[in-house]
Design a protein around this ligand. Structure first.
Ligand code: C2E
Ligand code: CA
Ligand code: CA
Length: 546
């Protein structure tokens, strides 16, 4: 086993593991330690040249060895484990995260890859934070003494986390604090500071970190947000919360806030730079009279734009600013077999907006459900008016959010009614949305099909799980993404690749649609391909029904 293992273990991988600052070890059952990195050797107190033996021997120098043996056993038995544990070594408590992954190859022994990250410093700091030393009595927030170290730790956490790094520093100032400072008694001012602390706490999540930065300014470290425009929503919430008038000791207090924000990593990678840039943004906002500003002007504009779109969407639905355009799908003889409905927003100031500008925002802000219902109604009414021919199908696009709606198929059924044959309706969902929750997608597709609707996997081939999807998903149709057709004229390999994708889909008895056909040359190359339907600017662009 060791020989086989060493054979497989690329030297580079080993070097990478050896350079890890955290202990990592790999064992086969409990009886054999196959590998331990340098950090692991020093952690467990094993000499560099000492041979490896069993897991119990590895952990024998700890004062509570049975803990690690037990967890390793659990990993070997039940798979991945992640636990916060306390290890006792040399009379010291080491608190950290133990991470274990089981690897079981058919026919071979079970391996466990174990790693431990010492988080004692962070945990101790958290414990100390409950002590007065780090608290600002007036606001009940943390004080500036711990800001730098906490911010650095948060930055490190974000860097370590998988996925996109997100961290924002909010520098919050009360614009009109000086006015009250001059007028009010100390008792009232105490209430004011307490109120500010409460407002900030209420507007943010419990795991956002809050600090009194100086006399009139508060810092918040925000790590849980999806989009930058979410930060503006948080800023708006903060502003609203702080602006609620209150009356300590019969004094009317009406505070106005101003917020500057900087982002990691875009605006700085250290706590010093992030705080400095949040201050710059704040000062800029104080000058311009803005309620909040992001340090980076471009990021600010983009985030603001999203926010404006988001707040305009509900009005767009109510005031009938949405339009459903249709694009034809043709067979190989160019006979139109169906249409796809594609939504647009006729914006009163900005003109006709394409779905890419607002659908992702609608999905994120959950307005998508209302848009999808609008699309369903529009489609049903357009079928009655423009698409009476029973041989023509109509497809619409739904999102993963719609699939999570328990009443989706009922809603569709009631919109379509008894006069429209449900098999004329195709529901398109993209491959990537489908894979957000494969089990749910499969269940919804099955329900839709039971009720007579058809289901299409859209943008097929650009996801990371296309082949698995093809095997499991109960769709009627796959629509191959436009990227696969773009270069088929100039590159024979691209054509061959596309034809193979078509073949694969056909093996699963799926109807195959190709989208994005723009030229006669492309179409000519595909006449023997077996593709059932084509869509693209060559055959017609999306337009209002006539
Ligand atoms: P999709 O469903 O993949 O729609 C096809 C998009 O490709 C459409 O863009 C269409 O205009 C464009 N297209 C089609 N043929 C060609 C071609 O030959 N060349 C080029 N360059 N483009 C072509 P559109 O209308 O901007 O829609 C973009 C995406 O927005 C759609 O991609 C769909 O994912 C989403 N979408 C559109 N309407 C709705 C809707 O009602 N609900 C939801 N959830 N999403 C929608
Ligand atoms: Ca589509
Ligand atoms: Ca598509």
């Amino acid at each position: 086993m060791i020989v086989r293992y060493t054979y497989y273990m690329d030297r580079l991988h080993q070097l990478a593991l050896d350079h890890q600052l955290d202990p990592v070890w790999i064992c086969e059952g409990l009886e054999r330690v196959l590998y331990i990195n340098q950090a692991g050797r020093s952690f467990f107190g094993i000499a560099d040249d000492a041979p490896l033996s069993t897991v119990p021997a590895l952990v024998q120098r700890l004062e509570n060895p049975s803990l690690l043996i037990g967890y390793t056993g659990q990993v070997l038995e039940s798979g991945t484990q992640k636990q916060t544990i306390t290890i006792h070594r040399n009379g010291q408590e080491i608190i950290g995260t133990l991470n274990g992954t089981r690897i079981q190859n058919a026919g071979s022994a079970t391996l466990a890859i174990m790693g431990f990250r010492d988080e004692s410093a962070f945990v101790r700091l958290q414990q100390r934070m409950t002590q007065d030393e780090f608290f600002d009595r007036a606001t009940g927030l943390l004080n500036r003494k711990v800001l730098d170290i906490m911010l650095e730790l948060e930055i490190e956490k974000v860097q370590r986390a998988t996925g996109e790094a997100r961290l924002a520093v909010f520098m919050i100032q009360i614009r009109n604090l000086e006015q009250y400072r001059a007028l009010c008694s100390q008792v009232v001012l105490d209430h004011v500071f307490e109120h500010i602390g409460n407002c900030v706490r209420q507007a943010l999540r419990s795991n956002d970190l809050l600090f009194r930065y100086d006399d009139g300014r508060i810092i918040a470290i925000v790590t849980q947000y999806e989009w930058k425009s979410d930060l503006l929503i948080i800023a708006e919430r903060l502003e609203d919360q702080i602006a609620i008038p209150f009356h300590p000791q019969d004094t009317d207090i009406h505070l106005q806030s101003c917020i500057g924000m900087s982002l990691f990593p875009e605006d700085g990678e250290t706590s010093y730079v992030l705080v400095a840039n949040a201050v710059t943004a704040l000062n800029h906002a104080l000058e311009t009279g803005d309620s909040w500003l992001l340090y980076n002007e471009n990021i600010h504009k983009q985030a603001l734009d999203r926010l404006v779109i988001r707040s305009g969407l509900s009005k767009a639905i109510k005031e009938n600013e949405l339009e459903l355009h249709y694009m034809p799908l043709v067979d190989r003889s160019r006979v139109v077999r169906g249409v796809e409905g594609l939504v647009r927003w006729r914006h009163p100031e900005r003109g006709l907006l394409g779905p890419d500008l607002f659908i992702p925002i609608a999905v994120h802000s959950r307005i998508i459900g209302a848009i999808s219902r609008w699309v369903m109604f529009r489609m049903a009414s357009d079928i009655d008016t423009y698409f009476k021919d029973n041989n023509l199908f109509i497809s619409i696009n739904l999102s993963a959010r719609d699939f999570a709606d328990n009443y989706l198929s009922e809603s569709l059924e009631s919109v379509v009614g008894s006069r429209i044959d449900p098999s004329r309706i195709k529901i398109e969902i993209t491959e990537s949305e489908c894979m957000q929750n494969p089990a749910l997608s499969i269940a919804v597709m099955e329900t839709l099909r039971r009720r007579g609707f058809q289901v299409v996997i859209d943008d097929f081939g650009i996801g990371q799980t296309s082949l698995a999807l093809l095997r499991d998903i109960p769709a009627n149709t796959v629509k191959i993404d436009q990227v696969f057709v773009q270069e088929i004229v100039s590159k024979p390999r691209e054509l061959a690749f596309l034809l193979q994708i078509v073949k694969l889909c056909k093996l699963r008895d799926m109807e195959v649609v190709l989208e994005g056909v723009e030229t006669e040359e492309q179409f000519a190359l595909l006449c023997e391909s077996g593709i059932d339907l084509y869509q693209g600017f060559l055959f017609g662009e999306p337009d209002l029904p006539r």
